[in-house]
Design a protein around this ligand. Structure first.
Ligand code: MN
Length: 298
């Protein structure tokens, strides 16, 4: 790779604004495009509304995105506008975590969590996705569940078995994977230390226009044909890097009297290495990659 040229910080960037920062309260997650503070935006879909057909029709995507997701964004912004500061200056994750336990803030929580869940959900699907992942995540799935087939069975069962509206999630917690299901707007992002990798929306609005009450058919097709393992792998790898022990500078050496001659010849310890930096992800990259993949298929 060529060395990067030095940056002249006195000039504005030529190619547009700086890449967005990761979610402030979940540094291993990519920026989901809804902005850092209120009023929150409806993020762009990372693919065309027709891209997930025939598993999810363009009609379902249209109502799910333009009516449900957009509705949560509008209601959240309206609720925040009526709140005293500093609420409007907090991040979406801080707002949903802060309102999760307060019954009087249920509407704020429900809309904040549904905005976050849907902003995340769209990236969990991709045309030509699904099936067995590769790389580090495949090894972690084998370690946790024994095999991809067992993971698939548990993920489908979690989504199908959620009574009523909710979500099924693949998460990483510490050094292990875990499958969770949540009711209504509840989300693993409420729990610091629990990092979602993938989700399946099992509210009826996610599938009823396409398969009516056959939730199991919808979930099975999503797992086999749409799950975006490349998105999940990027989060998983950033999470693994963040788990690495941070480098700490050695304290200054005290001045000691000379040691007597060594009588053993133990090898010197390996030098400490700094962990690699956590990359800043841009949803634009994901969208560009999806569009490039689509273009190649045409
Ligand atoms: Mn939904």
């Amino acid at each position: 790779m060529l060395p990067r040229p030095a940056v002249d910080s006195t000039r504005r960037p030529v190619r547009g604004p700086a890449p967005p920062l990761p979610e402030a309260d979940a540094p291993t997650l990519p920026d989901l495009g809804h902005g850092r503070r209120a009023p929150f935006a409806l993020p762009a879909l990372p693919y065309a509304e027709t891209a997930l057909a025939p598993v999810i029709s363009a009609k379902t995507i249209y109502f799910h995105y333009h009516r449900h997701h957009a509705g949560y964004v509008a209601t959240l912004n309206r609720l925040l506008a009526g709140q005293p500061s500093p609420s409007p200056n907090r991040s979406l994750i801080a707002i949903l975590r802060g309102s999760a336990e307060a019954p009087s803030q249920a509407a704020l929580f429900n809309n904040a969590a549904q905005v976050w869940n849907h902003s995340f959900y769209w990236h969990c699907l991709t045309p030509g996705g699904g099936g067995r992942p590769g790389g580090a995540l495949a090894a972690a799935i084998d370690r946790t569940f024994g095999s991809y087939a067992t993971f698939r069975e548990h993920m489908i069962a979690a989504a199908v078995g959620q009574f009523g509206s909710g979500w099924a999630w693949l998460c990483v917690e510490g050094d292990r994977l875990t499958i969770r299901r949540t009711a209504n707007a509840q989300s693993p992002i409420q729990v610091p230390g629990l990092t979602p990798l993938l989700t399946i929306d099992v509210w009826e609005h996610a599938y009823y226009l396409d398969v009516q009450n056959r939730r199991a058919d919808h979930v099975t097709r999503v797992v086999d044909r749409l799950l975006n393992w490349s998105f999940a792998t990027r989060i998983f790898e950033a999470h693994q890097r963040a788990l690495a022990p941070p480098f700490t500078a050695a304290p200054p050496m005290p001045v000691l009297a000379p040691l007597p001659a060594q009588t053993t010849s133990a090898p010197p310890p390996a030098p400490l290495q700094e962990p690699p930096p956590i990359p800043v992800w841009r949803i634009a990259d994901t969208r560009a990659a999806s569009l490039a993949r689509l273009a190649r298929r045409r």
